[in-house]
Write a protein that binds this ligand. Structure first.
Ligand code: AMP
Length: 214
């Protein structure tokens, strides 16, 4: 039997993917929130899950260390998506990539006046493209987390971050001023694996497609 490795991150993506995996007849034998194991066996002897950081999922799949992965569009845009087959939007872990500023900041006027803004973000590629499309000159500051803090302590004028409920922005007296794009997670497949392990991968892909269409 062909072995299949599926890479995904714990938290939101694992929680939303588990029901889809179940439809494909795959169930994890461990809960990644409780176990410290990075390789989780499933009820199917030939299928295992590897738990990696969300931003590392495309890399594992690109190099074939995992055959299949589940990754947010935000992560795929930063990675570039090279050598990845992206057949399916799973419509899970949905949120929006937004520009946000402090509540009292007049973003419209700053843009209109051509102010050169400092923007803190984890999503450099996406932010660069967005502001270039608007013809805005910005200084991008790369952060790895808690972007919301940057405008509060004078590190940046604005942030580019994912917004789901908006509660984090509100709790930090920030407001969203621009939507860059809607985000959801996608299935990604290693191109060589798709050819060499077609018989094992196709049924999983089919089950995911059917589950998503429901
Ligand atoms: P919220 O307070 O619900 O708007 O969530 C915002 C926080 O959760 C921010 O720190 C985001 O980076 C993070 N976040 C929201 N949605 C997602 C998602 N789908 N994937 C990863 N991070 C997210």
């Amino acid at each position: 039997m062909t072995d299949i490795t599926i890479a995904l991150s714990k938290g939101r993506i694992f929680d939303d993917t588990a029901p889809l995996l179940k439809v494909a007849g795959i169930e994890s034998l461990d809960d990644p929130e409780k176990s410290r194991k990075l390789i989780l066996e499933t009820n199917r002897a030939n299928v295992r899950l590897v738990i990696v950081r969300a931003s590392d999922v495309p890399t594992y799949v690109q190099y074939g260390a995992a055959d299949i992965g589940i990754a947010g569009k935000d992560v795929l845009l930063e990675h570039g998506g090279a050598e990845l087959y992206q057949p399916l939007d799973l419509n899970i872990a949905r949120c929006r990539m937004m520009v946000a500023v402090p509540e009292g900041f007049d973003y419209e006027s700053a843009v209109f006046q051509g102010a050169r803004l400092r923007v803190a973000t984890k999503y450099l590629q996406t932010a660069r493209e967005h502001f270039a499309d608007k013809g805005m000159h910005v200084d991008l500051i790369k952060l790895y987390g808690s972007m919301e803090l940057a405008p509060l302590v004078g590190l940046a004028d604005a942030i580019v971050d994912l917004v789901s409920t908006g509660n984090t922005l509100k709790a930090n007296k920030l407001k969203a001023v621009e939507e860059i794009m809607p985000i959801s997670s996608r299935l990604i497949i290693n191109q060589a694996a798709l050819k060499l392990k077609r018989e094992a991968i196709q049924p999983i892909l089919k089950a995911f497609s059917a589950a998503v269409e429901k």
